[in-house]
Design a protein around this ligand. Structure first.
Ligand SMILES: CC(C)(COP(=O)(O)OP(=O)(O)OC[C@H]1O[C@@H](n2cnc3c(N)ncnc32)[C@H](O)[C@@H]1OP(=O)(O)O)[C@@H](O)C(=O)NCCC(=O)NCCS
Length: 203
């Protein structure tokens, strides 16, 4: 069953994130202090736009989720500002331990990568867009159509909120993610060396 997430799902959501993004910076940071930062990250989005946080629930266990936010709300930036000291300490501690994801994150933040634009539709007005921040399903559920059901539920909620487009950014090295988005109607909007941004008109 696909349904809106609730606060009681947060621990399961963090666990699913850890399994689905094993080598990511967010997981590395989320593993510090028992996942407190990652939990607070998802909690912030859940509180800001609960409609755009959907989970797949099978026998009361979460096996995937899809979440995002309204583009005019700088939720991520505000969360980072509110947690900057914790994030800085966590990042430093990962760097001291030579964590590869933290090193890559710092390199990509410092590097000024050229942005190549392919599609400028909806580039200007954020109030017409939703941004899909994270979609994942447990490995045993991949290729089953569950991720498609999740993204379609998410897009339909966006439509009901009168949004005309859904955007997202994926790491350029994430072949399966890219294959999934392109199969589901997303087209490249812009790209850098590290990331590709996609758009799908949903109105
Ligand atoms: C991304 C994700 C949600 C997609 O769900 P899924 O069930 O695996 O997706 P599907 O199997 O329906 O679609 C993936 C498609 O990409 C294709 N694919 C796989 N590896 C690929 C690669 N390296 N390059 C291009 N396409 C690839 C698959 O063959 C499939 O297409 P097909 O159905 O025509 O064969 C899931 O893989 C996942 O949770 N991944 C980990 C988290 C993640 O990376 N999320 C996205 C970034 S936020």
């Amino acid at each position: 069953m696909i349904r809106q997430a609730s606060a009681s799902d947060l621990d399961s959501i963090v666990n699913v994130h850890r399994i689905c993004f094993p080598d990511s910076f967010s997981t590395a940071i989320g593993n510090i202090r028992g996942g407190a930062l990652l939990r607070s990250y998802y909690e912030t989005f859940m509180k800001t736009t609960p409609e755009l946080f959907v989970v797949s629930d099978e026998n009361e266990a979460i096996n995937g989720f899809c979440m995002g936010y309204l583009c005019e709300n700088a939720v991520s930036k505000e969360w980072q500002k509110a947690n900057c000291i914790k994030i800085a300490f966590a990042t430093l501690s990962l760097l001291f331990r030579g964590n590869k994801a933290a090193v890559a994150k710092i390199k990509s933040t410092i590097r000024k990568s050229k942005v190549n634009y392919f599609d400028k539709r909806y580039d200007v007005d954020p109030t017409k867009k939703i941004d899909l921040l994270s979609i994942c399903v447990l490995p045993e559920k991949r290729g089953s159509g569950l991720a498609k059901d999740l993204i379609e539920s998410y897009e339909n909620i966006g439509k009901m909120m009168n949004r005309e487009a859904c955007v997202l950014t994926v790491r350029a090295e994430n072949g399966r993610g890219i294959g999934f988005y392109e199969k589901n109607g997303y087209v490249v909007q812009k790209r850098t060396d590290d990331n590709i941004s996609y758009i799908k008109v949903i109105k």
